[in-house]
Every structure is written in structure tokens, then in C-alpha cells.
Design a protein around this ligand. Structure first.
Ligand code: NAD
Ligand code: MG
Length: 379
């Protein structure tokens, strides 16, 4: 019998957090939940805590400490609040930390988990985009394993399991193209928040869904892939594949290609990380080889998706450029979701931030990355 794993889930109340816990629910004998965290959804966090009985819960927004403590009074679950508690819990030794916080808020806990030498199932791509140049060497130094759970990266991780770095010639991420793949640029200027939140193939949190609609997501994922797989921009690319049946492809120097095929369900990559180095069975929907297997591919139209073009420009450039891209995008997406700017203004705001220059901060330490990120947002 396989020993049970202790796990901490950072961002337990979100989409990736929920998918992770649904797999844990199927395997009560395989996992012991050490800690669960959330930003402000204290009711959601309390409900999960009552079900999964972690030793600790952390609510990042201190305003929700009291109601969370009251709800969990008498359960024996330790309740903590605030950013320092979130960072501390990420470093408490467990078998697996799931990094499922959205945006730059996930960076500090992921950084701490890396420095503590944890094995990290990483969904939080913004952490790698902003600080991959620090995280990857720190992971090596501290013996931390990073298991990607972003679906495309997990697909490639699986394809590379028994391969030599020198044999890899190309890595290709697939992109569904999002809800506006077939719209004209003029139609895209009119889209509403509701339309942008309707992803054709994946059900995800709001930020990554908007990033998928602008295709910034695929640009961020190229930068993420560059760090995870130690490959330069010339070896990495993305292609439109509207069916989201193939998730990632790797081309080798002998002309062979390996690709990962599967249903579009985050539980596939998450289960791989949860079980790693074994595979974990779960009640996955069977793959339909009859009607589902139509594989279309097309290049990404960079003129129509300027966010993707901007991210590609940044890839392989100065580390500060990726931080600017990420921070400006996060701010712009937040404004779009509040109704303050239009959909096409997102790219405009990111382009303006990149054109504004270097902001005078060299991102050569974790603190410098945080400082630069903050500076960009303030402007
Ligand atoms: P989500 O919005 O559904 O959930 C985000 C989680 O982070 C929540 O638990 C929330 O409480 C927590 N959080 C938000 N702000 C925080 C803060 N300031 N401090 C502490 N905690 C905070 O997001 P999601 O869709 O689950 O995505 C999480 C990450 O995974 C993102 O980086 C996303 O790009 C990546 N990802 C998601 C999917 C998906 O299917 N949802 C797929 C691939 C990659
Ligand atoms: Mg992805």
C-alpha cells in the first residue's frame, strides 16, 4: 500500500484548489491535508476545513480572521491570518505544496516553499513569469521539485519524463484561441465582460479566463515554459488548436514528436502532480476517440492578439520586462473586470507600461521583484 502524502493547498477556494480537493476527496487514504489557504472567502475556506480537517487554515485578508475563527471554534483547527502567516505556512514541511493562488500574490509563498526545499505542484504561472530567473536556481540550490500543473506544461513535463535535454529541438504549447478566436478585430472592441468570461473549453478562475480571451495567457505560458524546461525563445512556440485535445508537443532531433492527448479537465494534470512519481487513478471521463478526435491547428494571429505578441517580445529579454508585462496585465485585467476599461485596452495598457522603460529597479532579488511589481502598479 502506498503511504499517504501530507499536502498544503495555497489558494484552496479557487478553481485549481477545488479541482485538487475533488481528487483528494476521491482518495481519503492517500492524502492528509496539512493546511488550506484563501484570500477573503472565509465561508468557503471554513466549509473546506470542516470537510478536510486540516491542521491549519490561513486567510490572507486579516479582516476575515474573526468570522473564520468563530466558525471553526472547537474544531482544533489552527486559524491564522495575514501575509506573513501565508508565507510561513508555505514553508512548513509537507510532501506536496499546491501553488494555486492567482497572480503575483502567489509569488511570496511559492518563493518560501522553494527556499524550504518543498515539492511544489505549481499552477501559479505569474510567479514563474515574474521571478523564474530566481525561482529556478533557488529550486536547484534548495532541492525543491517543481511539478507544473498548468495543463500544457504538465503535458510537456510528461512527454519529457525519460528524455535528454540535448535531444529536444522544439516545444509547442497548444492554445484553444479562447472565445474570440473567430471574431474580427472590430467585433472584439465591443465585447462585454460576460462574453470574455465564457471560455469555450475550460472552466477556470476569472483572471486566467480573461488572459485566455486576450491570449496573454499563452504568452505568459511561453515564458513559464522557458523557465520550466530551460529552453530559449527560438525553441518554444504556441499553436492554435481549438479542440484542446493535444495539450503540448515536443519535437526531438531525430524527427520524432511526442504529444500529450487527453480530456480538457484540470484534474488530469493535477492528478499527475498529486500522484507523482506514481499515477493516481480518478473517475476521469473516458476519452471519446469517435467524435472527439478532430485535430485542427493554425498559427496564432499576433495582429489580432497583441497581448500574445507583447509576451513573445518580452520572452528571452531582460527579466524586468516580464515583471512589467505581468504586473501591467494583472492591473489591466482587474480594471476590465470592474468595467473601467474596454477589452482591447488591456493590450494598450500593457504596451504602454513596457514602453515606459525600466522603472530604475534591477530585479536581481526576490525583494527587488516585489518592489518593481509594486512600482508598476502604482504608476
Ligand atoms: P481562482 O481565482 O479561481 O482562485 C484563486 C485562489 O487564490 C483563491 O483561493 C483565492 O482565495 C486565492 N487568492 C487570490 N488572491 C489572493 C491574495 N491576494 N492572497 C492570498 N490568496 C489569494 O484562480 P484559478 O483559476 O484557480 O487560478 C489559480 C492559478 O492557476 C492562476 O495563476 C492561473 O493562471 C493558474 N491556472 C489555472 C487554471 C484553471 O483551470 N483554473 C489552469 C491553468 C493555470
Ligand atoms: Mg494553461
Amino acid at each position: 500500500m502506498t503511504a499517504s502524502k501530507s499536502i498544503t493547498i495555497l489558494g484552496a477556494t479557487g478553481s485549481v484548489g477545488g479541482s485538487t480537493l475533488s481528487l483528494v476527496r476521491e482518495h481519503p487514504d492517500r492524502f492528509v491535508v496539512h493546511a488550506l489557504t484563501a484570500n477573503s472567502d472565509y465561508e468557503g475556506l471554513a466549509k473546506l476545513a470542516l470537510e478536510f480537517k486540516p491542521a491549519h487554515v490561513v486567510i490572507a485578508d486579516e479582516a476575515f480572521y474573526s468570522p473564520l475563527s468563530e466558525t471553526l471554534a472547537g474544531t482544533g483547527i489552527e486559524v491564522c491570518a495575514g501575509a506573513p502567516a501565508l508565507i510561513e505556512i508555505a514553508a512548513q514541511k509537507v510532501d506536496l505544496v499546491v501553488g494555486a493562488i492567482v497572480g503575483i500574490a502567489g509569488l511570496a509563498p511559492v518563493w518560501n516553499a522553494v527556499e524550504a526545499g518543498q515539492t511544489i505542484a505549481l499552477a501559479n504561472k505569474e510567479a514563474l513569469v515574474s521571478a523564474g530567473h530566481l525561482i529556478m536556481p533557488a529550486a536547484q540550490k534548495h532541492g525543491a521539485n517543481i511539478l507544473p500543473i498548468d495543463s500544457e506544461h504538465n503535458a510537456i513535463f510528461q512527454c519529457l519524463r525519460h528524455e535528454r535535454q540535448d535531444d529536444i529541438e522544439r516545444i509547442i504549447l497548444t492554445a484553444s484561441g479562447g472565445p474570440f478566436l473567430r471574431m474580427t478585430p472590430a467585433e472584439m472592441r465591443q465585447v462585454t465582460i460576460e462574453q470574455a468570461l465564457q471560455h469555450p473549453n475550460w472552466s477556470m478562475g476569472p483572471k486566467v479566463t480573461i488572459d485566455s480571451a486576450t491570449m496573454m495567457n499563452k504568452g505568459l505560458e511561453l515564458i513559464e515554459a522557458a523557465w520550466l524546461f530551460d529552453k530559449g525563445a527560438t525553441k518554444l512556440d504556441a499553436i492554435i488548436h481549438p479542440q484542446s485535445t493535444l495539450h503540448g508537443l515536443v519535437g526531438f532531433k531525430d524527427g520524432s514528436w511526442l504529444a500529450h492527448l487527453g480530456i480538457a479537465d484540470m484534474r488530469v494534470p493535477i492528478s499527475y502532480a498529486l500522484g507523482w512519481p506514481e499515477r493516481l487513478s480518478w473517475k476521469a471521463q473516458p476519452f471519446d476517440f469517435g467524435s472527439a478526435l478532430q485535430l485542427d491547428f493554425a498559427p496564432v494571429n499576433e495582429a489580432k492578439f497583441p497581448c500574445f505578441r507583447l509576451a513573445k517580445q518580452v520572452m528571452g529579454g531582460a527579466d524586468e520586462q516580464a515583471i512589467i508585462l505581468n504586473a501591467a496585465n494583472e492591473e489591466a485585467v482587474e480594471r476590465f473586470l470592474k468595467g473601467d476599461i474596454g477589452f482591447c485596452d488591456i493590450a494598450g495598457q500593457v504596451e504602454a507600461a513596457l514602453a515606459a522603460g525600466d522603472f530604475g529597479i534591477v530585479a536581481d532579488s526576490f525583494d527587488a521583484v516585489v518592489a518593481l511589481d509594486r512600482e508598476i502598479r502604482q504608476r
